[in-house]
Design a protein around this ligand. Structure first.
Ligand code: SF4
Ligand code: FES
Length: 238
């Protein structure tokens, strides 16, 4: 398989470039393993990020043939109909080197949905178990699967073209996870946070977040559920 890999070292390069590597790879090989072969056998200077290798840590996000993906989850055979696999950094985030991006804009957005007093659980709360029924758990179980890989945000056309300050699909999903959690006590503050400018209403339902999510989360449907609740909330506050 032919790999066309984005390369850019801001300390040396004036412009990004692409390097091509021909590898003899079995169909079941992970793209992450292919990148390791490139680094070990062809180019020790190639930079990319990973940790768990099993779709858990969310650190190996990059763009494969135009779609945000996890390098440890995609196999060579997923691209057998393509003449090549184009490997690029995740979109939206600034490139640090080659396939490594600065994820701080993502984490800053994830932090923004938490009210100021978040995490300060009162003694009353910690002294008893916080029970959750199966029905209540079902409201948030999909959103809980998020591994914060940033793929949805990197692919979101609103972030890329319309509103670069949009809080992004992952942060809206996380807000939904807390707002729908019947054990939480700061729901009203959180609703106000997510309704701020560049918040949930910047989403115009393009579905690409759902398409690329490596955990199969119905990101768009979760966002629509949250919008429906917020609409009711706005009406009841008029
Ligand atoms: S919603 Fe999916 S794509 Fe977005 S950060 Fe979470 S796991 Fe990654
Ligand atoms: S290396 Fe952890 S998700 Fe890919």
């Amino acid at each position: 398989m032919k790999f066309v890999v984005f390369r850019f070292d801001p300390e040396i390069d004036e412009e990004p470039r692409y390097e091509t590597y021909d590898l003899d790879t079995p169909p079941g090989m992970r793209i992450l393993d292919c990148l390791n072969i490139i680094r070990e056998e062809h180019d020790p200077g190639l930079s990319f990020r990973y940790s768990c290798g099993h779709g858990i840590c969310g650190s190996c996000g990059l763009t494969l043939n135009g779609l945000a993906s996890l390098a440890c989850q995609k196999l060579v055979k997923h691209y057998e109909r393509s003449p090549e696999i184009k490997v690029e950094p995740l979109g939206f985030y600034p490139v640090i080197k080659d396939l490594v991006v600065d994820m701080e804009p993502f984490f800053q957005r994830m932090r923004a949905i938490h009210p100021e007093n978040w995490g300060k659980i009162s003694p009353v709360q910690v002294s008893k178990q916080l029970h959750q029924s199966q029905e209540d758990h079902a409201l948030i179980v999909d959103a809980i699967k998020c591994i914060m890989c940033g793929a949805c945000t990197a692919q979101c056309p609103v972030m890329l073209d319309e509103d670069p300050e949009f809080i992004g699909p992952a942060a809206v999903l996380r807000a939904k996870r807390y707002i729908f959690d019947t054990r939480m006590t700061d729901t009203e503050e959180r609703k106000r946070a997510i309704e701020s400018p560049h918040g949930v209403w910047s989403c115009d339902t393009r579905w690409l977040c759902t398409k690329v999510c490596p955990k199969g989360i119905q990101v768009t449907n979760n966002i629509l559920d949250l919008k429906a609740v917020l609409k009711k909330y706005s009406l009841s506050n008029k």
